[in-house]
Design a protein around this ligand. Sequence first.
Ligand code: MG
Length: 157
Amino acid sequence: MTRTGIGYDVHRLVEERPLILGGVELAYHLGLDGHSDADVLCHAIADALLGAVGERDIGYHFPNTDPSIRGISSLEILRRVRDILVARGAKIVNVDATVIAEAPKILPHRDAMIKNIAEALCVEANAIGLKATTNEHLGFIGRGEGIGSMAVASVEV
Ligand code: MG
Protein backbone atom coordinates (compact mmCIF):
# COMPACT_ATOMS: atom_id res chain seq x y z
CA MET A 1 0.00 0.00 0.00
CA THR A 2 1.20 3.53 -0.80
CA ARG A 3 0.53 6.28 1.70
CA THR A 4 1.06 10.04 1.34
CA GLY A 5 1.83 12.78 3.85
CA ILE A 6 1.93 16.56 3.72
CA GLY A 7 4.21 19.01 5.51
CA TYR A 8 4.34 22.78 5.88
CA ASP A 9 6.69 25.02 7.81
CA VAL A 10 7.70 28.65 8.17
CA HIS A 11 10.60 30.24 10.02
CA ARG A 12 11.34 33.88 10.67
CA LEU A 13 14.38 35.55 9.07
CA VAL A 14 16.59 37.29 11.63
CA GLU A 15 20.05 38.77 11.88
CA GLU A 16 23.09 36.87 13.15
CA ARG A 17 21.88 33.43 12.12
CA PRO A 18 23.16 31.32 9.21
CA LEU A 19 20.68 30.58 6.44
CA ILE A 20 20.55 26.82 6.04
CA LEU A 21 18.21 25.17 3.54
CA GLY A 22 18.41 21.52 2.61
CA GLY A 23 21.57 21.31 4.68
CA VAL A 24 23.30 23.95 2.53
CA GLU A 25 24.46 27.23 4.05
CA LEU A 26 23.52 30.07 1.71
CA ALA A 27 25.28 33.42 1.62
CA TYR A 28 22.67 35.91 2.87
CA HIS A 29 22.57 38.73 5.40
CA LEU A 30 19.77 37.04 7.38
CA GLY A 31 19.18 33.49 8.63
CA LEU A 32 16.26 31.46 9.90
CA ASP A 33 15.49 31.57 13.60
CA GLY A 34 14.71 28.40 15.52
CA HIS A 35 15.74 25.88 18.14
CA SER A 36 17.42 23.64 15.58
CA ASP A 37 19.28 25.02 12.56
CA ALA A 38 15.76 26.09 11.45
CA ASP A 39 16.08 24.40 8.06
CA VAL A 40 12.51 24.99 6.98
CA LEU A 41 12.83 22.75 3.91
CA CYS A 42 13.97 19.74 5.93
CA HIS A 43 11.25 20.40 8.50
CA ALA A 44 8.47 20.36 5.89
CA ILE A 45 9.88 17.12 4.47
CA ALA A 46 10.12 15.58 7.95
CA ASP A 47 6.47 16.39 8.65
CA ALA A 48 5.39 14.97 5.28
CA LEU A 49 7.23 11.71 6.00
CA LEU A 50 5.86 11.48 9.54
CA GLY A 51 2.37 12.19 8.24
CA ALA A 52 2.64 9.46 5.63
CA VAL A 53 2.90 6.82 8.37
CA GLY A 54 0.36 8.47 10.67
CA GLU A 55 2.99 9.66 13.12
CA ARG A 56 2.75 12.83 15.19
CA ASP A 57 4.50 15.97 13.94
CA ILE A 58 8.08 17.18 14.12
CA GLY A 59 7.28 19.41 17.10
CA TYR A 60 6.28 16.31 19.06
CA HIS A 61 9.28 14.19 18.09
CA PHE A 62 11.82 17.04 18.27
CA PRO A 63 10.41 19.54 20.81
CA ASN A 64 12.00 22.99 21.02
CA THR A 65 12.11 22.52 24.80
CA ASP A 66 14.65 19.69 24.46
CA PRO A 67 18.13 21.13 25.13
CA SER A 68 19.79 18.00 23.70
CA ILE A 69 18.69 18.97 20.19
CA ARG A 70 19.46 22.68 20.42
CA GLY A 71 21.22 23.68 17.21
CA ILE A 72 20.76 20.20 15.75
CA SER A 73 21.26 19.85 12.00
CA SER A 74 17.91 19.23 10.39
CA LEU A 75 19.61 16.62 8.21
CA GLU A 76 20.01 14.69 11.48
CA ILE A 77 16.28 15.19 12.08
CA LEU A 78 15.65 13.66 8.65
CA ARG A 79 17.91 10.72 9.51
CA ARG A 80 15.94 10.17 12.73
CA VAL A 81 12.63 10.45 10.89
CA ARG A 82 13.87 7.83 8.45
CA ASP A 83 14.64 5.57 11.43
CA ILE A 84 11.02 6.01 12.60
CA LEU A 85 9.79 5.01 9.15
CA VAL A 86 12.11 2.01 9.00
CA ALA A 87 10.83 0.88 12.41
CA ARG A 88 7.32 1.00 10.97
CA GLY A 89 8.32 -1.00 7.91
CA ALA A 90 7.80 1.95 5.57
CA LYS A 91 9.94 2.54 2.47
CA ILE A 92 10.22 6.06 1.10
CA VAL A 93 8.97 6.24 -2.50
CA ASN A 94 9.45 9.93 -3.18
CA VAL A 95 9.44 13.40 -1.68
CA ASP A 96 8.43 16.59 -3.45
CA ALA A 97 9.02 19.97 -1.87
CA THR A 98 8.79 23.67 -2.63
CA VAL A 99 10.69 26.49 -0.93
CA ILE A 100 8.85 29.82 -0.86
CA ALA A 101 11.30 32.67 -0.47
CA GLU A 102 11.64 36.18 -1.83
CA ALA A 103 15.44 35.91 -1.59
CA PRO A 104 18.08 34.59 -1.94
CA LYS A 105 18.00 32.46 -5.09
CA ILE A 106 17.49 28.80 -4.18
CA LEU A 107 17.90 27.06 -7.52
CA PRO A 108 21.71 27.44 -7.81
CA HIS A 109 21.91 25.23 -4.71
CA ARG A 110 19.24 22.75 -5.78
CA ASP A 111 21.54 19.85 -6.62
CA ALA A 112 23.49 20.18 -3.35
CA MET A 113 20.28 20.30 -1.33
CA ILE A 114 18.87 17.25 -3.10
CA LYS A 115 22.11 15.35 -2.48
CA ASN A 116 22.01 16.15 1.25
CA ILE A 117 18.34 15.23 1.63
CA ALA A 118 18.66 12.03 -0.40
CA GLU A 119 21.67 10.90 1.64
CA ALA A 120 19.89 11.64 4.94
CA LEU A 121 16.87 9.62 3.83
CA CYS A 122 18.93 6.86 2.13
CA VAL A 123 17.12 7.26 -1.19
CA GLU A 124 18.28 7.99 -4.72
CA ALA A 125 18.51 11.65 -5.69
CA ASN A 126 15.77 11.16 -8.28
CA ALA A 127 13.35 10.36 -5.45
CA ILE A 128 13.60 13.98 -4.29
CA GLY A 129 11.78 16.78 -6.12
CA LEU A 130 12.70 20.32 -5.20
CA LYS A 131 11.29 23.57 -6.55
CA ALA A 132 11.41 27.17 -5.46
CA THR A 133 9.12 30.13 -5.90
CA THR A 134 8.67 33.62 -4.57
CA ASN A 135 5.53 34.99 -2.98
CA GLU A 136 5.33 37.83 -5.53
CA HIS A 137 6.12 40.36 -2.76
CA LEU A 138 2.83 39.50 -1.04
CA GLY A 139 2.44 38.88 2.68
CA PHE A 140 5.12 38.12 5.27
CA ILE A 141 7.17 35.97 2.91
CA GLY A 142 6.87 38.61 0.22
CA ARG A 143 8.17 41.24 2.64
CA GLY A 144 11.18 39.04 3.34
CA GLU A 145 10.21 38.41 6.97
CA GLY A 146 10.42 34.64 6.67
CA ILE A 147 10.82 31.62 4.43
CA GLY A 148 8.24 28.87 3.99
CA SER A 149 8.26 25.36 2.62
CA MET A 150 5.71 22.75 1.64
CA ALA A 151 6.32 19.07 1.00
CA VAL A 152 4.55 15.86 0.17
CA ALA A 153 5.97 12.39 0.64
CA SER A 154 4.88 8.94 -0.42
CA VAL A 155 5.88 5.72 1.31
CA GLU A 156 5.20 2.05 0.73
CA VAL A 157 4.06 0.06 3.73
MG1 MG B 1 10.35 24.23 11.71
